[in-house]
Design a binder for this molecule. Structure first.
Ligand SMILES: C[S@@+](CC[C@H](N)C(=O)[O-])C[C@H]1O[C@@H](n2cnc3c(N)ncnc32)[C@H](O)[C@@H]1O
Length: 842
């Protein structure tokens, strides 16, 4: 009989003691490792307990890092204070949520927080939030599998252990997986090679690993070809759909350029599955030079240098990546000098003559048209009114790609005393064009981006498709493409965008990747003058938000990753919050499971009730205690599932598919004045699939005390004035004693982004809000990101269920008479709103 577990553990302890590590600290690590490796002692014993020692030293390092002296402010911070408070003072989470299966649920006392300073007490994987939190995916998986509606979710790792190993540990996990499948030899598993980027491994292990990777992916085929030179071998792992190629060249370490070898390798490279690759052999004879590579994994084989490259042709590269590439390219915008725009198609005179109510002889409209646009040019929107003194002309076009484009050109009379021919719009743009009217590079680029045929720049004139636009003297023309659907593939949001100052109706004032125009087709109401657009959340005053890198622990980032984490064979550490699975698809959409869960939690009363948690007393509730010195009972907080995106400390690039929200707005949106009396609203100008990221809710980060004060001040100021706050209370249930400066909200009343214009719709809104952590692993501060909950048509209004109780007069969002027109409306006249949140016992 072999040694018992106890004996093996003792041996492990002794080995560790020899390294100066004490049993007490080793014990939890060992237990966790055994859990992860299904009690396979051979992994742990391999290489004289290297795995165990590695983990122990890593943790020691993490503890040292977390003990690095911090400023008094830092130590008060949400991460540290929260973890210390639960660990040291023995404070317990005050309530828990059972949104998922009872197996994944933890008791009040068990629920840990994923704080970097808990590293010492919470070693390794699976014991953190990822496992203790209700496991969304596990639930979806179980349910779907149970009712046979779906294939089992293909997670390479056991969900129980959440697949949250850093990259360097993946081979062990591979082997673990393989053991389960009964595929590996005991000898191979005992070796447990550690494949880490830049780390040397032997060529055989490399080949084995590649084969295993290929074998787990039915799409991949693997073939080995001898190079015939120095016993080198070229290993090609390819996907038949030609989207990815893995290549590894091994040889015996001869680093001399070898003509024959290079020729052969070149030849093989020519056969590459990448259609337009420019493969070259480096003069060391080992490397194939990069092709269009997004993700690059580099391994070196000991003794026999080998380079494994993951070249990704990405023929169907997601649009956001293309856009990003543009951003990275050097600036090369057109330079326009002494240009003017003229139009023979529709004279300005014609337009002004049509507008009899237009009070000016000096006012005119300019129409830009391309071959496409002029066909459908209409003067549908000639709305120059005495009050607004403005002309609008729209031009519709459908290009061959089926993209609908619409230009609206607004022309205002010159302000009194404005000298003729002075640039009057965007005159701060470098390279702006002074003409007899006033146009700028920005205008031209906008127009160019909006037309099918690129404008040609000729001496002194800018034309497009043979049509010209002319601006007569004495006219101040504010040409704005305010209603343009730009095909994502054609829009240059890199250099061109940088060159653009901003379209006069871009509410973001050039701060977003795409202009966000606003239009009012119904009256002369203007955007609230007090409102200032900010593209990212900004602290108002007292809120404690700390993005220091030192607070991002090893378990909160994937330092070992490269390129695009979604394309790696195994999910990285950053999937910890989401049960070992990425929340996004390769196309940058939120996965169906997440959408469905959020929709369910809104629409399914039973589930919702389970998700609502209550602070133990009014004193524990940051909302109630902000309101009064004699706080009432907590009204409840909806406990949320979080998404975690990769960030600065992660090894992946900005192209990584686990970075969606942080890239900002990439869809063509427009703020418009609603017809039905809701004020301004937000709509999409392009069709959106389910799960598309639209924008995040941006505002001032405030404490609830500050918000309460603001609410009172607003109420005092004018009847009906109100703030537009969102509470960041998605995780308040997990902690007792939240300090006032840690209990935060976002208020977009005065400073905010497009989301501030999203109107409410009861029950069946087309957006859902998801909490997303990016910079900060703690959940006091997080991003609120809006994703489409279903497919949305172009020009459809984007709506979101504010989840407000229309009966609650004290709610920070003052109740309004709901005009959402949803069949399920709970706030329209005649219908009394139902209580959204019912109290359940904690
Ligand atoms: C966050 S703002 C949305 C933008 C707002 N419509 C505007 O013009 O600034 C919230 C306010 O919009 C109005 N609103 C939003 N949804 C509404 C609805 N379904 N019915 C009526 N008014 C609505 C209410 O006045 C509410 O206080």
């Amino acid at each position: 009989m072999g040694p018992t577990g106890k004996e093996r553990a003792n041996r492990a302890f002794e080995a560790m003691e020899e390294l100066g590590l004490d049993r007490k600290s080793i014990n939890p690590i060992l237990r966790e490792l055994l859990k992860v490796y299904n009690n396979e002692w051979s992994y742990i014993e391999a290489e004289n307990y290297r795995l165990l020692a590695d983990q122990a030293f890593e943790q020691q390092e993490a503890v040292v890092t977390s003990k690095t002296p911090a400023s008094p402010r830092q130590t008060r911070g949400s991460v540290s204070s929260a973890s210390t408070s639960s660990a040291e003072k023995g404070k317990k989470p005050i309530c828990y949520v059972d949104s998922m299966s009872s197996e994944t649920r933890t008791t009040k006392d068990e629920k840990p927080r994923a704080h970097s300073q808990e590293v010492a007490a919470r070693p390794l994987v699976g014991a953190g939030r990822g496992s203790a939190k209700p496991d969304l995916l596990a639930k979806v998986k179980t349910e779907k599998e149970a009712d046979g509606t779906s294939e089992p979710v293909s997670t390479p790792l056991d969900v129980e252990h959440a697949g949250i190993r850093p990259m360097r540990d993946r081979p062990e996990l591979l082997k673990n997986e393989e053991t389960k499948l009964g595929q590996s030899s005991p000898a191979a598993s005992a070796a447990a090679p550690s494949l880490s980027p830049g780390k040397k491994i032997d060529a055989q292990t490399l080949e084995e690993t590649l084969r295993r990777v290929a074998s787990t992916n039915p799409e991949m085929s693997i073939e080995t070809r001898s190079t015939g030179v120095d016993n080198g071998t070229l290993l090609i792992v390819s996907e038949p759909d030609k989207k990815a190629t893995f290549q590894a060249i091994k040889d015996n370490g001869n680093t001399k350029p070898d003509a024959e070898k290079m020729e052969l390798a070149n030849e093989l490279a020519k056969e590459s599955l990448l259609p337009s690759s420019s493969s070259t052999i480096m003069n060391n004879g080992h490397q194939i030079v990069e092709r269009s590579v997004h993700g690059l994994i580099r391994f070196e084989a000991e003794g026999t240098p080998a380079t494994l490259k993951r070249g990704i042709a990405d023929l169907e590269e997601p649009t956001h990546l293309k856009r990003m590439k543009h951003d990275m390219e050097p600036e090369a915008g057109p330079s326009l000098q002494n240009g003017f725009v003229s139009c023979n198609e529709v004279s300005l005179k014609d337009v002004t003559q049509d507008n009899d109510d237009c009070p000016r002889p000096s006012s005119a409209a300019a129409v830009f048209s391309s071959d496409d646009t002029k066909k459908n040019l209409t003067k549908t929107e000639s709305t120059s009114r005495a009050s607004s003194k403005r002309s609008l002309i729209t031009a519709d076009s459908n290009n061959s790609a089926g993209t609908r484009r619409k230009l609206i050109i607004s022309v205002s009379p010159s302000p009194e005393g404005s000298p003729v021919g002075k640039p009057c719009v965007n005159n701060d743009v470098s390279g702006s064009v002074k003409t007899n009217g006033c146009l700028s590079t920005a205008n031209l680029l906008e127009l160019e981006a909006a037309t099918t045929t690129p404008m040609s720049k000729t001496n002194g004139a800018v034309t497009s498709g043979g049509s010209d636009v002319s601006i007569p003297e004495n006219v101040m023309a504010a040409i704005a493409v305010v209603n343009t659907v730009i095909h994502p593939d054609e829009f240059e949001d890199g250099p061109a965008r940088k060159k653009l100052a901003h379209c006069p109706t871009d509410i973001s004032r050039g701060t977003e990747r795409l202009p966000i125009p606003y239009v009012n087709e119904y009256n002369s109401d203007t955007i609230p003058s007090l409102f200032k657009y900010i593209p990212v959340n900004t602290t108002f005053q007292d809120a404690y938000v700390n993005f220091s890198l030192a607070r991002v622990g090893e378990e909160d980032c994937c330092g070992g990753c490269y390129g695009d984490c979604l394309k790696a064979p195994y999910p990285c550490t950053c999937t910890r919050e989401t049960g070992g699975v990425f929340a996004y698809t390769k196309d940058g959409l939120l996965k169906d499971e997440y959408l469905q869960h959020e929709v369910d939690s809104l629409q399914n009363e039973e589930l919702k009730e389970k998700l609502v948690t209550f602070c133990q007393s009014g004193w524990d509730c940051p909302i109630e205690r902000a309101k009064s010195n004699f706080p009432e009972n907590c009204k409840g907080h909806l406990s949320r599932n979080f998404i975690k995106e990769c960030w600065h400390k992660c090894g992946c690039s900005m192209e990584c598919g686990n970075r969606v929200v942080q890239r900002g707005i990439t869809r063509n949106l427009q703020i418009f004045f609603t017809q039905e009396g809701k004020g301004w609203g937000l709509r999409t100008l392009e069709q959106l699939p389910p799960g598309a990221f639209v924008c995040e809710y941006v505002g001032e980060i405030m404490t609830n005390i500050e918000l309460d004060k603001r609410n009172h001040a607003q109420k005092g100021e004018s009847v009906g004035a109100h703030t537009y706050p969102i509470l960041l209370d998605g995780d308040w249930c997990s902690e007792k004693g939240l300090k006032d400066e840690e209990a935060l909200c976002l208020d977009a009343t005065n400073f905010g982004n497009v989301a501030r214009f999203i109107n409410h719709r009861c029950f069946d809104a087309n957006l859902i809000d998801m909490p997303v952590t990016i910079e900060s692993p703690d959940r006091h501060y997080y991003h609120v990101a809006f994703f489409t909950s279903r497919a949305v048509r172009a020009n459809e209004e984007l709506t979101w269920d504010y989840k407000i109780d229309f009966d609650d007069n004290e709610h920070p969002i003052e109740a309004f008479r709901c005009l959402c027109k949803s069949p399920f409306c709970r706030g329209s006249s005649g219908k009394k709103a139902k209580k959204v949140i019912k109290k359940t016992s904690c």
